[in-house]
Design a protein around this ligand. Sequence first.
Ligand SMILES: Nc1ncnc2c1ncn2[C@@H]1O[C@H](COP(=O)(O)OP(=O)(O)OP(=O)(O)O)[C@@H](O)[C@H]1O
Ligand SMILES: [Mg+2]
Length: 305
Amino acid sequence: MFRLEDLPEIDSELAERLKSAGLNHPLLLAVATAEHLEGCGLGRAEAIELMGKTREKLDIRFQTLREFADRIYQVSRISTGSRYLDDLMERGVETMKVTEFFGPAASGKTQLSQQLAVNVQLSEGEGGLGSEAVYIDTERGFSPRRIEEMARAKDLRPREVLRKIFYARADTVEGLFEMVRKAEKFLQDKSARIVIVDNLAGPFSAQFDRFRVHEKQVLTQKLLFRLLTYGEVYNAAVVFTNRVYSIPDAIAAESLHPFGGMVVDRSVHKKIMLRNQRQHRYLARDFRSDRETLFRIDEGGVSDL
Ligand SMILES: Nc1ncnc2c1ncn2[C@@H]1O[C@H](COP(=O)(O)OP(=O)(O)OP(=O)(O)O)[C@@H](O)[C@H]1O
Ligand SMILES: [Mg+2]
């Protein structure tokens, strides 16, 4: 893949300006908006031409961004620890895609997130990618003790497993954007192959009331697009968790809905709803196909029932 500076239209000064505006990769530039580029000091016509040139060099033309990335990289998969849950998601959590786990409190969202941060470290034969993980925590739900417990259950060295998880907290929307941006450096050198955000909705719900829905949607879409692009460019999995809200007057039995609605849906490849049944039993349902399966979470982490 070429760099921004490899385009004749971009000198080092412009490259710097683009990078500080968050457009640090040709793929991001190719799908930016003219307004975004105008913010970097380019005129409108210039901006449109530059995006066109970038797309040309990327050979995007009539292909979609995803098809382009598919050609270069191969999708890899990370096991959740449960074969049935993996099957529900077409053999595990995929790289280059965004996977959403949503559900009410105690439905297993954080447990699954932590399990994936451990499992990505396993060898390919064991369901991992032999890689590290980026974990962005917006609700202080991450537990190093729990990671150690899960590591021991997989016969991994607990300390080493913890060291291979790049952990960051984000309490605000700005903080979340910053951490996502910083995550890129761990993906760039190919050390990390998964970015986990638990919980994506948290900071948005805290900062935007119902009168600022549009602003919230625009920012959510931006964040997800950035995550998806990182996933595609660096062949990494993107996983985020999401809260649900209930519609009081819903007649349907299933009245729980994930935050974000259609804006989130567009960027998400798999959308899995979780429920805590009794004891160690958990239910996962593919939101789109309505297929479902049971799995287990116990002291050792996620496994089959
Ligand atoms: N060490 C453990 N052994 C067995 N089960 C555990 C262990 N730690 C947590 N759990 C189970 O995991 C469930 C909590 O799941 P989790 O923290 O993933 O919920 P969540 O969906 O993230 O909820 P929230 O929305 O509140 O963050 C609890 O019901 C608990 O029984
Ligand atoms: Mg949680």
